[in-house]
Write a protein that binds this ligand. Structure first.
Ligand SMILES: [Zn+2]
Length: 268
């Protein structure tokens, strides 16, 4: 198993600077979505290429990365073809630089005033099944895997484990990313959720909260039962410490060091 720390822990710096600081702490780094979400699509693609090349020079382990969120969600709302095109472009960059697993969220659809909630959810589920069926063929061609993450927003398809299982059903290159913090906020027992999804989980986003909101705290700083969760998660899947820090460089660096130490203790 490999432990990664997400660049979300260094939001006080640019993506390149974040990787430089994190490389001095730990070798496994996940490129998170927060830095990329602030750029337009072209600049996000350019930045990503530059950062992945830089990572190779630093000899850090960058096998897991996050797909930008806002770009992908917005372009799919514009048009299906545009959504596929932009997603494909990001996946091509990731695969060119040796990324093995790309974490993605489900795509929310705009509400239609003429629909009942039940109809909306069915339409959103079918839409996502179609999107990931297509992305399965792209991922296969590029030799990478996509991990669909359980969402934080309860009203969007993909927050519940059985919806995720339906989306990835029968797809070879699409698996699941279990996000412990999202499950905990949504009052899903994290240990049982992991057990339910176990056969399809390819990566874990590990972070803690007090159960009231998505705080992205280091494990043991919230109310998840980490002794139970680490037992069911420990194994062969990559563990990404998806901790958020937007404070000063000094403080975020300390948060990163603490997170890695706790991560090693629980999962190493
Ligand atoms: Zn996550």
């Amino acid at each position: 198993m490999t432990i990664y720390i997400s660049t979300a822990v260094m939001q006080c710096l640019s993506l390149e600077e974040a990787i430089d600081v994190l490389a001095s702490i730990w070798r496994g780094i996940e490129i998170g979505h927060s830095h990329l979400d602030q750029l337009d699509v072209l600049r996000a693609l350019e930045t990503l290429t530059r950062v992945l090349m830089h990572g190779k020079e630093l000899d850090v382990e960058l096998s897991v990365a996050h797909m930008p969120m806002s770009h992908i969600e917005n372009v799919f709302v514009e048009s299906m073809d545009r959504g596929y095109e932009i997603t494909r472009k990001f996946l091509e960059v990731y695969s060119r630089y040796g990324i093995d697993i790309v974490v993605m969220h489900t795509i929310p659809l705009p509400i239609d005033i003429s629909e009942r909630m039940e109809q909306h959810i069915v339409r959103e589920l079918e839409f996502n099944k179609r999107v990931f069926r297509y992305l399965d063929t792209v991922a296969k061609r590029l030799g990478i895997r996509i991990a669909v993450e359980n969402r934080l927003e309860k009203w969007i398809v993909g927050a519940l484990p059985l919806d995720l299982l339906e989306i990835v059903d029968g797809l070879e290159s699409i698996g699941i990313c279990i996000d412990t913090g999202h499950a905990h906020v949504n009052k899903l027992d994290v240990e049982s959720t992991v057990k339910l999804l176990r056969d399809r989980i390819v990566v874990a986003h590990v972070h803690d909260n007090d159960g009231s909101r998505d705080q992205h705290l280091p494990p043991m700083m919230g109310s998840i039962d980490w002794y139970k969760v680490s037992k069911v998660l420990r194994g062969s899947i990559p563990i990404v410490l998806e901790i958020s820090c937007k404070d000063s460089v000094e403080r975020c660096k300390n948060v990163a060091i603490l997170s890695v130490e706790i991560g090693r203790k629980l999962f190493g």
